[in-house]
Design a binder for this molecule. Sequence first.
Ligand SMILES: Nc1ncnc2c1ncn2[C@@H]1O[C@H](COP(=O)(O)OP(=O)(O)OP(=O)(O)O)[C@@H](O)[C@H]1O
Length: 243
Amino acid sequence: MYRLSSVTKTFKKNNQLVTALDSLDLVIEDGEFLAIQGRTGHGKSTLLSVLGGLDRPDSGTVELDGNLLTRMKESEVTRIRATTIGFIFQAFNLIPTLSAQENVEAGLVPLGLSPDERRERAQEALRSVKLADRGHHLPSELSGGQQQRVGIARALAKEPRVLLADEPTGNLDEDTRDDIIDLLEEVRQRYRLTMILVTHDTSLAHRAPRVGVMRNGLLIFQESPRPERRVPNWAPGAYADDQ
Ligand SMILES: Nc1ncnc2c1ncn2[C@@H]1O[C@H](COP(=O)(O)OP(=O)(O)OP(=O)(O)O)[C@@H](O)[C@H]1O
């Protein structure tokens, strides 16, 4: 579970102070699927960076499963990031000279696993995204959708508790976009992951039970348009597809 209290993050831009997160409070329950929308420059990526321990706020606290990320040493945050949080990016961020299998294994290096364990975990993750037969292919030999599947496998191979996805379908056509979001929902449920999805795409966002809109560094919640998902507070098992 994430608990953010009074999180503020500012940047200096052209000698002016920009407030990317403005005393933001947020609780994200274990296993929750939260979508975040909002116009450009309103703090979505900054929020994901803070949730992922990639960036520290100027003030306020960020707690993940009882660990205060904001009080930890950088090495401890790095360990939590390596073991607990999977990142999925719009541009896939694969290493072009490594095969799919090697890209997934590369994400496991900080975990200190043996080469055999790394290979097995990577194969299993590629199986779970239905790319077991493409492990030896370079990213340039894969379609955009397949490259994003490798990106998802790289995140899953860590056996994380949280997936942070920043516009994961932004570089994909409409059909592939639907496949990828179906896959993300499937793995989220299978592994009971907490998933935070940043997207400009309203139809994608509305697949999440809870949708927040970032506006001037604050997250504002609106009701899900899916009537079966309208519950006052998120709770495990509250949705048909969480069973
Ligand atoms: N490293 C940085 N240095 C200076 N300003 C920054 C930095 N990172 C973010 N900002 C500023 O903070 C504000 C919020 O940025 P952020 O990237 O979080 O917005 P966003 O909602 O994710 O935008 P987009 O949809 O374009 O990705 C913007 O004004 C941005 O220019």
